[in-house]
Each structure stands twice: as C-alpha cells, then as structure tokens.
Design a protein around this ligand. Structure first.
Ligand code: PBG
Length: 324
C-alpha cells in the first residue's frame, strides 16, 4: 500500500523531534514570585505551597541571587506588612517591607528585573483590594492610593510595577503619577485580565490577603467571559500599559490565545498558586510525574501565546531544562 502521508517520519528520532519543536522554553521565559516578611533570617514554609516560603529581606536577597544565576530575568515581589489598617499605610511607606526589599535586591543583584505587586489587599485589615465605603470598594479613591504605592516602589528602584486590583483606569492613573514624579522609565505590567478564581486559594495563605467578608467579583472578571477580556486588554493598551497580564493561566489558555491575536504588547501569563499546588499535591501522592506535568503545563502556556510566565515552578523548571 502506498500511503502518501506519514507524519510519524518526522517524529522518528530525538534529533528530528528537537529540531521540529514549535515551542521551546528557556529560563528567560520565567518570572519568579517572592513573598517578603519583616524580620531577619526568616523562611516560613507555606503549607499549601510546598517548596515556597515567606522570606525576610536578607533571605530574599540570597534567593534572588540564586534565581539570577539560573538565568531567570525577573522576580515579582509581594509584601506582608507589620500591621494592617483600613487603607494600608505601609503600602506606600518609605521603609515599607517592599520598599526595603526592592532596595536590597537591586543593590545586591542589579541585573535582575524587579517587579512589584501594586494592590491594597495584603495591606488592608479588611483584605479588600480598595478603599471601602461600607461593603463597597470605591474605585477612584483607591486609584489615589495605588498612585502613591506605585511612586514609592519606583522611588525604591522597582523596574516594573504590576497593579493587580482590577480597578478601572488604574493604568492611566499610575502612568500619570509615575511620570509626574520623574519615573518615566518605570514600566507598567497591567493585570488587565484577572478572573475571580478559586485557584488563588493557596496564595491567600502565602500573602495573608483573604477578604474578611464577601469576595472579589465586583472587580475581578467572570470565568465565563472572553469578549469582556478583550475589552479590558484594549482599554489597558489605550491607557499606556507596557505589558499585559492574563491570570490565571491554565484554565484560560483560550484567553491568552485571543489576547495574543489582538495585542502586540508582551503578554505575561500567571501560572497561579492553585495551579502549582495541584501539581505538587498529585506528585507527593505519586499520581502524576511532577517534572513531566510541570513542563507540559509551562509549554502549553507558552504555546497559547504567552511571552513570559510567572510561575512558582520557575527554579525547578530551569534545573530540568539544564538537564535536557
Ligand atoms: C492580589 C493578588 C492575588 C494574586 C496575585 N495578586 C490574589 C487575589 O487576587 O486574591 C494571586 C496569585 C496566585 O494565586 O498565585 N494582590
């Protein structure tokens, strides 16, 4: 029988497969998240995220050096303040936990890109992403706080600020404040498309930022919607975002793909805490092979159209890539 099409010819050997691979991962694709706490020589493991810990600034500096040595270009910092209040004063304090961490990391590892999370939820006693009036989040009053936070992170030396609160017009407000304070060179990575997701569960332990009442559905998006995601992306591009984030990643690969098709800015996908913890839990039970599944997930996020992936697997993935 003379079969005309034999796609298996090209899968015959490892060399053929390697040269025909359409999607490749490299350490330069990853951004490593870090959780920073006050104190010295502290590493508090996060029970729901095996392999991830809250670190004091000195430990975060050491970890950042290791991350840079693996070839990972950037870290994303989340801070846990000493005290919380209704607006989150430490969020924009000169000696706040993130401001200290940014200065220390930039001094020790200047080549590493430092990205900071800009949101209220880890700093407010109510755990919401904005200033409250009763149970309502006030959009425009919150923008004023976000402006102060972004400027103080920039003044500490942050390369990129990443507003994650899904407030309307947060990008243009932050751009305006940064430029007004001489930080034209600091870029904005906007969480343009962030869904109200159950996959943030473990993160809320890690960053101690669960809302005291209610949920985040008045600002984060409905899982069911993708046209609305496109609208959010177009608005943030228009407001002057430098990079666009889609979050979470794994249940939203179609959203990453559609964003890629309409947006020429770099797209960053956040492989979130719950996606990480599911793999870890299955791996310790012996139900999945951690390395195979992790590399499959990361490759699929890149294949969907992401340029960069924020992932708690970053360091492991680099070690596995180096063994290949
Ligand atoms: C809010 C923020 C959250 C995450 C990143 N920034 C939590 C939330 O919106 O409730 C989640 C990240 C993850 O799950 O890994 N500042």
């Amino acid at each position: 029988m003379n079969l005309p099409h034999r796609p298996r010819r090209l899968r015959r050997t490892p060399a053929l497969r390697r040269m025909l691979s359409e999607t490749t991962l490299s350490p330069a694709d990853f951004i490593a998240p870090l959780f920073i706490v006050h104190g010295n020589d502290i590493s508090n493991p996060i029970a729901s995220m095996p392999g991830v810990a809250q670190l004091s600034v000195d430990r975060a500096v050491a970890e950042s050096s290791k991350i840079a040595a693996l070839g990972i270009p950037a870290v994303l910092l989340f801070g846990l303040p000493a005290t919380k209040d209704a607006v989150g004063q430490e969020n924009f304090a000169d000696d706040g936990i993130i401001q200290q961490a940014v200065r220390a990391i930039k001094a020790a590892v200047p080549e590493l890109v430092v990205i900071t999370d800009v949101c209220l939820c880890e700093y407010t006693d109510h755990g919401h992403c904005g200033v409250l009036d009763g149970e309502e989040i006030l959009n425009d009053e919150t923008l004023e706080i976000l402006q102060r936070v972004a400027v103080s992170h920039a003044a500490a030396g942050a390369d990129v600020v990443a507003p994650s609160g899904m407030m309307d017009s947060m990008v243009v407000a932050i751009r305006d404040a940064l430029d007004g304070d001489g930080h034209e060179q600091v870029s904005i990575l906007s969480y343009a498309v962030k869904y109200a997701s159950g996959f943030y569960g473990p993160f809320r332990d890690a960053a101690d930022g669960a809302p005291a009442f209610g949920d985040r559905r008045s600002h984060q998006m409905d899982t069911a919607n993708v046209r609305e995601a496109i609208r959010e992306v177009l608005l943030d591009v228009d407001e002057g975002a430098d990079m666009i984030m889609v979050k979470p990643a794994l249940s939203y690969l179609d959203v990453i793909r559609q964003t890629r098709e309409i947006c020429s800015l770099p797209i960053v996908a956040y492989n979130v805490s719950g996606e990480y913890s599911m793999v870890k839990a299955a791996a310790v039970s012996g139900w999945l092979d951690e390395r195979t599944v992790t590399m499959e997930i990361l490759t699929s996020i890149k294949r969907a159209g992401a340029d960069l992936i924020i992932t708690y697997h970053a360091a492991d993935a680099c070690r596995w890539l180096a063994e290949n």
